[in-house]
Design a binder for this molecule. Structure first.
Ligand SMILES: [Zn+2]
Length: 310
């Protein structure tokens, strides 16, 4: 049965096939408790993503029943170039960086969002959005870990910079539940050169090994974690962690940043568990792909032949 899943990538890209894979894969996965990514890019590596269900998901359920859930697989050929999309205007204040903490699901760097100083506008956004925090999602190995995928290509990790609409809402908490409340910039991480700016965060990680531990960090200017090229895809979606609210305008940068394998390995030294609990490695902290349903992904750039992701 497994052999039937080992098909070439060209075949996988033909229409209809991923659904079949999902069905078969679903039956294969029945004994598993974790909501696995229903991915069409079936590889031996992905069969190893077998983990118990993280407590975060135990009450949330894997199917919230919404119509604009995230993450999604971005299909380059199905995305629509929108010449009306503005360039992103990004202005972050390094001094607003407060601390980093282990949430028990990932590590998150928090920012002071009491003033307008640090945030984004332009792009697909009609208002200014203040930076609240950024965090990463990653896998147990380098072959997977990102939440979004591009033409079924999975990156080893993904950075999310979370912003809230400070024109429509009074604070982050209100914005999470509201229409056009949040804007999240997604940046893919791929293996390559050592990332100097990321290293300043990596060096703090030993201090926040356990759940609910905090460490001072900063000043830190998060735009140093963005690629030079600001081309992006945008689509209406949701948070990928509970409460999974459909308040997010996603802005996914086309170009990944490069990080060293040793830096990603440091992410995996963190634990889901608190001090005194049985140790559980913090890995595979991504949500499975969600159906696109009736949505269009727009791009700020015109498609060319340079599809370097596969
Ligand atoms: Zn995230």
């Amino acid at each position: 049965m497994l052999r039937t899943l080992m098909l070439g990538r060209s075949h996988l890209k033909t229409s209809g096939f991923p659904a079949v894979v999902r069905q078969v894969w679903g039956t294969l996965r029945q004994p598993l408790r974790r909501p696995e990514r229903p991915c069409s890019q079936v590889s031996c590596a992905q069969k190893n993503r077998r983990d118990g269900l993280h407590p975060l998901w135990k009450s949330a359920g894997s199917v919230p029943g919404g119509s604009r859930q995230s993450p999604i697989n971005i299909r380059w050929r199905d995305s629509v170039y929108d010449p009306g999309l503005q360039p992103l205007r990004i202005s972050y204040d390094a001094a607003a960086c407060l601390h980093v903490w282990n949430t028990g699901y990932l590590f998150q760097v928090e920012f002071d969002d009491a003033t307008e100083g640090s945030g984004i506008s332009g792009g697909p956004l009609e208002n200014h959005y203040r930076l609240k925090q950024f965090h990463f999602h990653w896998g147990a190995a380098n072959e997977w870990g990102s939440e979004h995928t591009v033409d079924d290509h999975v990156y080893p990790a993904e950075l999310h910079l979370v912003h809230w609409n400070s024109v429509k809402y009074r604070n982050y908490k209100e914005a999470v539940m509201g229409e056009n409340g949040l804007a999240v910039i997604g940046v893919f991480l791929k293996l390559g050169a050592h990332h100097k700016a990321l290293q300043t965060l990596v060096e703090v990680l030993p201090e926040i090994k356990h759940k609910d531990t905090w460490a001072a960090v900063g000043p830190f200017e998060p735009s140093c974690l963005l690629p030079t090229c600001r081309d992006y895809w945008t689509y209406p979606g949701s948070l990928t962690t509970p409460p999974l609210t459909e308040s997010v305008t996603w802005i996914i940068l086309k170009k990944p940043i490069e990080v060293a394998a040793s830096q990603l390995a440091e992410f995996r030294t963190l634990l889901f568990s608190a001090l005194g609990e049985e140790e559980r490695m913090m890995v595979n902290n991504y949500r499975p792909l969600q159906p696109l349903m009736n949505r269009k992904v727009r791009s700020s750039f015109q498609a060319t032949e340079e599809r370097t992701t596969s």
